[in-house]
Design a protein around this ligand. Structure first.
Ligand code: DWN
Length: 406
């Protein structure tokens, strides 16, 4: 029997995306025989509302010295994290003496750099040592370890308790969330604030953006599930702030129980989630049917383009694209190669589907007829940048929120 990672109630997968490799496991041809696969199957817990993966590969298989994702590759995301840091300053740190900020999964320092620039005490916790090195090189205090309650105790012993604990696109990656929540409770001052954001379940279900489901995203959160999961560790959800990033995210604000007032946004968001059917099996049966329809329509479109010998490439070798290519059965005969600006991915093959990843310069040098927009969550930034591609007749193939050529 499988049990919920949060409350231990029995859970069952409501669908399977099949055999899936490590989403950021870009590889060379000689590594193909040893490529690792697991079954990507999501479930939701009727007792506490947590949407989760039944199976997640060991963290060391996903987050290591060759971790392929650097946060600062997007200009829009850089601006987003500057605004996030400003909000923390305004809402939490402004009137405090010598405040201390901790960020979990601080990546290359995209957010902490703003606290450093203000001369504030800060600490990043980033297990992927390659991205942590980038942060350290620019003077951002960073330790390369996995966060848990033991590390929380060590941080408190060395630096004292934190005024703010932050994270972005990290919390939903941590299978042992109870230990992390317990660690945060110990790390936070009695009047401290925890603020984190992650892809939002309501958006994922509404847009059929099933590509948010991959090995690293062991949870897809909602206001209901966050409130229940952290409530078990004395942390209360006091506000929710919807974000447009990553195709629809939610920023959750939590604090030690009864230390702060609770915004009416919290009850309103939970009511919306019930209205959307996120608390019952029918909601997920519909999501499953929508995923299957999306896959059928995408493959019909790609097969049609292949039949007329159109030149199709992928745009953005995202982690999300690993779910799409492997679930749908996309091969290099459909998508010849994928353009990506991240050097560590270039020259490698995409996980599972083995589609070559090439530098962005190749895209500009020889525009394809169609670009499958794997990085659809950055569409605004990309479309702005690729006006010349569109002007020469290049077309985009979208699959979120529906399959269409634009
Ligand atoms: O949670 C996570 C999110 C925040 O980031 C992680 N688990 C891993 C990662 O997920 P992702 O790989 O799906 O994220 P992105 O931001 O959608 O990836 C964009 C990819 O596209 C990067 O490899 C960079 C590339 N890119 C590009 O080639 N040209 C991006 C932009 C904006 C561009 O113009």
């Amino acid at each position: 029997m499988t049990v919920c990672r949060i409350c231990n109630s029995p859970i069952e997968a409501f669908m399977s995306f099949g055999r899936m490799p490590i989403a950021n496991g870009f590889l060379t041809p000689d590594q193909i025989p040893n490529e690792y696969f697991f079954e990507l199957a999501p479930a939701y817990c009727e007792a506490c509302g947590m949407f989760q993966l039944i199976e997640q590969p060991a963290p060391e298989k996903m987050f290591h010295e060759n971790y392929a994702f650097y946060s600062s590759t997007s200009r829009y995301m850089q601006a987003h994290f500057e605004r996030f840091a400003d909000l923390v300053q305004e809402r939490v740190l402004k009137d405090r003496v010598d405040p201390f900020v901790v960020e979990l999964g601080s990546n290359d320092g995209i957010m902490l750099r703003h606290f450093k620039a203000r001369g504030q005490r800060h600490l990043g916790v980033e297990p992927a040592s390659n991205v942590a090195d980038v942060a350290r090189a620019s003077g951002i205090q960073t330790i390369s370890e996995f966060f848990d309650s033991k590390l929380a105790e060590r941080i408190v012993a060395q630096h004292g308790q934190a005024d703010a604990v932050l994270s972005a696109n990290v919390m939903c990656h941590i299978a042992n969330l109870p230990s992390v929540a317990e660690g945060i409770r110990r790390l936070l001052k009695p009047d401290g604030i925890l603020m984190f954001e992650d892809p939002y379940l309501g958006d994922m279900v509404a847009k059929t953006s099933y590509d948010q489901i991959y090995d690293e995203h062991v949870f897809i959160f909602s206001a209901t599930s966050v409130s229940n999961a952290f409530g078990r560790h004395g942390l209360e959800l006091i506000d929710v702030l919807p974000q447009i990033t990553h195709g629809g995210s939610m920023r959750y604000v939590l604090a030690p129980k009864r230390s702060h007032g609770v915004s009416e946004n919290v009850a309103a968001q939970k009511a919306k989630e019930r209205d959307q059917g996120l608390d019952r099996p029918e909601g997920y049966a519909k999501f499953k049917a929508n995923c299957e329809n999306s896959r059928t329509r995408l493959m019909e479109t790609l097969n049609g383009l292949r039949a007329k010998s159109a030149r199709v490439v992928g745009y953005g070798a995202t982690s999300k694209s690993t779910t799409v290519t492997n679930y749908c059965g996309i091969t290099p005969s459909h998508v010849a190669w994928i353009s990506d600006t991240t050097p560590i991915k270039q020259g490698k093959l995409s996980p599972g589907a083995h589609i070559p990843v090439r530098p962005y310069e190749n895209f500009v040098k020889d525009y394809p007829d169609y670009a499958l927009l794997f990085a659809w969550n950055h569409a605004a930034e990309i479309r702005e940048k690729e006006k010349a591609y569109e002007a020469t007749g290049g077309r985009w193939l979208y699959f979120v929120p529906q399959v269409e050529i634009v």
